[in-house]
Ligand binder design. Structure first.
Ligand SMILES: NC(=O)c1ccc[n+]([C@@H]2O[C@H](COP(=O)([O-])OP(=O)(O)OC[C@H]3O[C@@H](n4cnc5c(N)ncnc54)[C@H](OP(=O)(O)O)[C@@H]3O)[C@@H](O)[C@H]2O)c1
Length: 248
């Protein structure tokens, strides 16, 4: 049995689920987390049966402790940690209340940070940590300021985390998707399916490669960052956007 083992937060859907499939197909033992019972149940049906699917809320440190304990029991050590659980809450500035602000930062920033900290004892020397940020963290997108801030907070930690963990040769990198066709995009609040389809078509038309991203585009980049091929890469962000965001 391969010694490679990965924990993917937010691995029940979209980018995280595609990454679980890619890593599993390359011989990794894989555990994923998700929050909603229905997405957890669907992932248990759709992912290979030896993938460990855990229900855990990234906002809850108690849930994170339970995940670490279950993964430790099942795998012993981890070689890959993909911190990917996240939410997006596009809204006008004057529509953002305190609860929404706190929720976005609780999932996207606090949850990711404490999962990393609590998983450190499980990570083998030379392990790879990959954090999902997003192209919107460093580029303007009206309505995205709070989500951007939560992602940007994480992104600014990457160089420091990389140096802090370098003595154990643990690499820390970020992957930043451009617009990617996932359930998150398909269920954009306040938009019907026709409006979502039109939005995706408009984004594809503006993209230098003429299409939006697919979850597999991001999954392949994560798999590379997890692999020995990326053994000398740490503290970096890779934007996976088909060239979106390059133009001035
Ligand atoms: N799609 C894009 O265009 C895009 C662009 C930039 C960045 N991103 C980021 O990429 C990551 C993956 O997004 P996606 O597009 O693949 O969306 P998705 O299909 O909605 O997947 C999001 C995943 O995060 C999980 N999640 C959400 N809230 C959680 C919580 N409180 N605790 C634990 N898990 C939670 C979801 O589980 P449940 O379904 O159970 O809630 C799901 O597994 C996110 O961090 C997102 O912000 C996406």
């Amino acid at each position: 049995m391969s010694a490679r083992a990965a924990l993917i937060t937010g691995g029940t859907s979209g980018i995280g689920k595609a990454t679980a499939e890619v890593l599993h197909s390359r011989g990794y033992r894989v555990a994923v987390t998700g929050q909603r019972p229905e997405s957890v149940a669907r992932a248990r049906e759709e992912l290979p049966e030896d993938v460990l699917v855990l229900r855990a809320d990234a906002r809850s440190l108690a849930d994170t402790d339970r995940v670490v304990s279950e993964v430790s029991e099942r795998f012993g050590t981890l070689t890959t940690l993909f911190l990917n659980a996240g939410i997006s809450r596009p809204m006008a500035l004057d529509a953002c209340d305190e609860a929404t602000f706190d929720d976005v930062f609780a999932v996207n920033t606090k949850g990711q940070f404490f999962t990393l900290v609590k998983t450190l004892p499980l990570l083998s020397d030379g392990a790879s940590i990959i954090v999902t940020a997003g192209i919107g963290a460093t580029r303007a997108l009206p309505g995205n300021s709070v989500t951007a801030g939560s992602r940007g907070a994480l992104l600014t930690m990457i160089p420091t985390l990389a140096l802090e963990l370098a003595p154990r040769r643990i690499r820390v990198n970020a992957v930043s998707p451009g617009f990617t066709d996932t359930p998150m995009m398909r269920t954009t609040p306040g938009m019907g399916s026709d409006e979502v389809a039109a939005m995706l078509a408009a984004m594809a038309a503006k993209n230098p490669f003429g299409r939006v991203g697919m979850p597999e585009d991001i999954a392949e980049t994560v798999a590379f960052l997890a692999s020995d091929g990326a053994a000398y890469i740490t503290g970096q962000e890779i934007v996976v956007s088909g060239g979106a965001g390059l133009a001035v």
